[in-house]
Design a protein around this ligand. Structure first.
Ligand SMILES: CC(C)(COP(=O)(O)OP(=O)(O)OC[C@H]1O[C@@H](n2cnc3c(N)ncnc32)[C@H](O)[C@@H]1OP(=O)(O)O)[C@@H](O)C(=O)NCCC(=O)NCCS
Length: 254
């Protein structure tokens, strides 16, 4: 997957340069279009493990199944390039909360990654610096915004939202959602019940950052948060413990 054609991803991020490599102090973020041709889908399906194929088989709709296959298939393809392994030889382990990690059997326990998908787009973050979390959401009209805010947003965050006009509110809502979720995914917690204590900025004119973690603004300052805009109609976020790592964002051409 490296030719010049590109399917589906708005060209907001450039393609990776030839011969890219991951430096010690870098984070790579790849945007991947999940809607691919049948030939590409079957090529990406071939190296999936039996458990991934079982998961794929559970999707009712073909489009969802194909998107899952493309997400996992490109995850294997890209990690294989970092580790110099064929995609089918990548082995994953899972934490108790379901976060996939690279197995030591791959010969590397220092490569961190995280995958997210929404609609027709996936993001994959890869780094050697620290555990990383990434999230993406396709922006769509909000259903039950109040219920979600009550459950996952702090009273301070809900107050910020309430003061906004509808369109601004929608954008701020998705900023909150993806930024909190990126933290959840970096820590690997995988459940959202403490998210109202993970407070983040959400207005476009403010720096993207953690405000307080469980009431502690110093703890929040130990984390880095990035706002990502990989394509029109999508918003994303990346979270990792404080680092001055250089973040490079590329789209994967298929
Ligand atoms: C599974 C979860 C990690 C993310 O779910 P999601 O937003 O539906 O899905 P995303 O596309 O962001 O991420 C899915 C990917 O994250 C990875 N993942 C799974 N569990 C994970 C965990 N505990 N930690 C980090 N990454 C995880 C997997 O690679 C997964 O992709 P795959 O299933 O194709 O392998 C979990 O955090 C969740 O269910 N969150 C919902 C919590 C919530 O209610 N948030 C409200 C936000 S305000």
């Amino acid at each position: 997957m490296s030719s010049e054609t590109n399917i589906g991803v708005t060209p907001g991020w450039p393609p990776a340069p030839k011969n890219w490599q991951l430096a010690e102090n870098e984070v790579h973020v790849w945007a991947v279009s999940l809607d691919q041709t049948p030939a590409q889908v079957s090529g990406l399906a071939a190296p999936l493990s039996p458990d991934e194929q079982t998961r794929a088989g559970r999707f009712h709709f073909e489009r969802d199944r194909n998107r899952f296959v493309v997400g996992r298939g490109t995850l294997r393809l890209l990690l294989g390039q970092y580790l110099h392994l064929p995609p089918g030889e990548i082995k994953f382990e899972y934490t108790a909360r379901g976060k996939p990690l690279l197995s030591r059997a791959n010969g590397s326990d220092t490569l961190h990654f995280n995958l997210a998908h929404s609609g027709a787009l996936a993001l994959l973050a890869v780094t050697r610096v620290a555990e990383v979390g990434v999230d993406i959401e396709q922006i769509r009209p909000l259903r039950d915004a109040d219920g979600i805010a009550k459950r996952f947003f702090s009273s301070w965050e809900s107050g910020v939202l309430r003061a906004l006009a509808p369109l601004e509110m929608q954008n701020a809502f998705y900023n909150l959602w993806t930024r909190k979720e990126a933290w959840l995914k970096a820590t690997g917690e995988g459940i959202g019940e403490s998210l109202n204590q993970v407070e983040v900025s959400c207005l476009p004119q403010e720096p993207c950052r953690f405000m307080r973690l469980f009431g502690d603004s110093f703890a929040a300052s130990q984390w880095r948060l990035l706002h990502l805009t990989p394509a029109d109609g999508y918003v994303g976020a990346l979270a990792m413990r404080d680092s001055d790592a250089e973040v490079k964002c590329w789209r994967l051409n298929c």
